[in-house]
Design a protein around this ligand. Structure first.
Ligand code: GLU
Length: 305
């Protein structure tokens, strides 16, 4: 089966080095397998994701030499499709309205997991129809999906075996926000499946989302894709880079470096080459191998410091 990979940025700002690393490895892995490489704009939260940022991401990808195949779907235009899959969950009796406020969800008494996530305490799981009607008078609910007491396992191309008990380590999760916007977890599954994506490459910060996504894939009758979660970039103090590191966004990087310098430095940081010499992305395709990508955090290449 042909590999279909993808890069699925949320355009809430300019791309930063972590996004570039992710796009580069997703591109290299797909191209190495003579596969397709798709681009999807994850602008579910349309207020925070203006079109101008999506345009800049596409311009930055072209500048980097990371060309993609086919049309670019925008999640903000696909609510009708997500609603169809929400309906599937509703028919299975798995959805319920949740009226909990953000403050209640994050209260000190809420069960916290070791990675900082909050396990949903199940407060609204078994409300009676009368209670729901009463609460609706004062608050619009979010929609949660009921997860089973089930372990979901997968083999990650970088991290190896990964398993999570959905009930104990994830809890019932939101598929639609109280303002009507569909949640990332639902949209990403529907879009990956409907566009034939069978290889997902993304940052390790998303690995804990993967078990619930695999569960949703199976529930909808889709074959889950393969996954590769990339180690995160950190500075020399061990601090992980984030979108707040604006000095490392593509706008400024494009003023200081050539695309080959950016790609060469990141490829070296990711273990793909021995030296951070300038190189075009397409020249890295033939030697790409997941076995070279380490499990530890990656250091920010010196040229960016
Ligand atoms: N849109 C997500 C982000 O930019 C990535 C989602 C994914 O790759 O599954 O963080």
């Amino acid at each position: 089966m042909q590999t279909i990979g993808r890069f699925a940025p949320s355009p809430s700002g300019r791309m930063h080095l972590g996004n570039v690393l992710c796009a580069l490895l997703a591109f290299l892995s797909a191209r190495r397998q003579n596969g397709q490489f798709l681009l999807r704009i994850e602008d579910l939260d349309a207020m925070r994701c203006p079109r101008s940022f999506a345009d800049l991401i596409m311009d930055d990808l072209r500048w980097l030499g990371l060309d993609w195949d086919g049309d670019v779907p925008y999640q903000s235009e696909r609510s009708d499709i997500y609603a169809q899959y929400e309906a599937v969950l509703r028919e299975k009796g798995l959805l319920y309205p949740c009226f909990c406020s953000r403050a209640a969800l994050h209260a000190a008494s809420a069960p916290h997991l070791s990675d900082g996530r909050v396990l949903y305490a199940g407060t609204c799981r078994d409300l009676t129809p009368e209670q729901v009607a009463e609460k609706r008078k004062t608050r619009a609910p979010a929609t949660r999906v009921r997860v089973p007491d089930e372990v979901v396992r997968f083999t990650d191309a970088v991290w190896g075996e990964y398993a999570e008990n959905l009930a104990e380590e994830c809890g019932d999760f939101i598929v639609r926000r109280s303002d009507g916007v569909f949640a990332y977890q639902l949209a990403v599954v529907v879009d990956d499946a409907l566009t034939g994506v069978n290889e997902v490459v993304r940052g390790a910060d998303l690995i804990s989302s993967t078990p619930r996504q695999i569960w949703l894939h199976r529930l909808f009758g889709f074959a889950p894709p393969r996954f590769a979660h990339l180690p995160l970039l950190c500075d020399h103090d061990g601090r992980r880079l984030s979108k707040r590191d604006e000095d490392l966004d593509l706008g400024l990087l494009r003023e200081r470096f050539t695309p080959e310098q950016v790609i060469g430095a990141l490829a070296c940081a990711a273990g793909l080459t021995d030296r951070p010499e300038p190189v075009a992305a397409r020249e890295l395709v033939s030697s790409f191998d997941w076995g070279k990508v380490p499990r530890h955090d990656l250091y920010l290449p010196d040229i960016f410091r």
